[in-house]
Design a protein around this ligand. Structure first.
Ligand SMILES: C[S@@+](CC[C@H](N)C(=O)[O-])C[C@H]1O[C@@H](n2cnc3c(N)ncnc32)[C@H](O)[C@@H]1O
Length: 301
């Protein structure tokens, strides 16, 4: 890829060309920049300042290794071992899903409800079911100065990773992460958030290779109809959700109706939120006899 006196800029451009030739990398220039920065231990936005620096053989070797992994189909976040979500950097582990930008819709929906009802400066108790890296809970804690949160995951390794993320990002004293199944070990909360596994089992084999081979099955498989997790959590919601509280679920693009029906059958009211692409992405659930301040019967929006 390079000669002995290759500069960082030349190596980065060559890497971007190789990723572009692959044809499956939608953002080759960005990915090359992230991988080069990661291999050198430099913040991506600093690269431009050192573009003409000559690289050592060891540095070129580290960049080559990262690019080869990407060419073999590994997602950039897995190679770097971290992913940005809500402006915060989360460390990943094999047991954690890579947090997705779409999941920020769930954080936004929960904050919009809080802004509409009680305001951010209240001592909320939040529970994040299937916490993974802790991304959703920690993003909320970063916006709610008085809130405390519990993150639950069936994977002990995921709970450990989330705990480490909370400590590193400065939220260790307002959060607890434990191993558990759905909400069974949770006391009642004001805000419940969950991005549970929701993909139908039979579809898993058809998923994009980057998801199928690099995200944990436990984070993806939602059972025969994709709704197992929602069913289990909704069945326990009356106990888990405090009066006047709300629950926010991430959903697959075609699950809004099924989950709303599940919630309504259990005596709750449901509101659907779309993501930036216009796909149904979040279902917000309340007790049906409760309306937020200023809302009209028949709708929360
Ligand atoms: C789709 S991932 C979401 C991870 C993270 N909340 C996010 O949005 O990036 C679902 C998570 O649910 C966890 N999970 C699967 N079954 C569970 C169960 N029975 N109880 C609690 N968590 C579970 C998985 O280990 C995984 O971390």
């Amino acid at each position: 890829m390079t000669g002995p006196a290759a500069t960082l800029g030349a190596v980065r451009r060559a890497a971007a060309r190789r990723l572009a030739e692959l044809g499956t990398d939608a953002t080759p220039a960005l990915d090359a920049r992230l991988l080069v920065a990661g291999a050198l231990g430099v913040a991506p936005d600093r690269l431009v300042l050192i573009d003409d620096r000559a690289l050592s053989d060891a540095e070129i070797g580290a960049i080559e290794a990262a690019i080869e992994r990407r060419l073999a189909g590994e997602p950039v976040a897995r190679i770097l071992g971290e992913k940005e979500f809500w402006g915060l950097t989360f460390q990943l582990a094999d047991a954690t899903l890579v947090p997705r930008p779409d999941t920020e819709t769930l954080v936004e929906a929960a904050l919009a409800w809080i802004d509409r009802t009680q305001g951010r400066d209240r001592p909320f108790r939040i529970v994040d079911i299937g916490t993974g890296t802790g991304a959703i809970l920690i993003a909320l804690l970063s916006e709610l100065p008085q809130a405390i949160g519990l993150g639950v995951d069936l994977s002990e390794a995921a709970a450990r990773t989330a705990r480490a993320n909370a400590e590193r990002l400065g939220f260790g004293d307002r959060s607890l992460f434990i191993r558990g199944s759905w909400g069974e070990s949770s006391a009642p909360a004001d805000v419940i958030v969950s991005n549970p596994p929701y993909i139908r089992s039979e579809v898993i084999q058809t998923l994009d290779r980057e998801v199928r081979y690099h995200d944990p099955l436990l984070a993806l498989d939602g059972g025969d109809d994709g709704l197992d997790a929602y069913r289990a959590i909704v069945a326990d919601l009356d106990r888990m959700m405090r009066p006047g509280g709300a629950t926010f679920f991430e959903i697959g693009f075609d699950q809004a109706q099924s989950l709303s029906a599940l919630a309504e059958q259990a005596g709750f009211a449901a509101v659907v939120h779309a993501d930036l692409a216009g796909h149904d992405r979040v279902v917000e659930i309340h007790r049906s006899n409760w309306l937020p301040t200023g809302s009209k019967p028949g709708g929360f929006e």
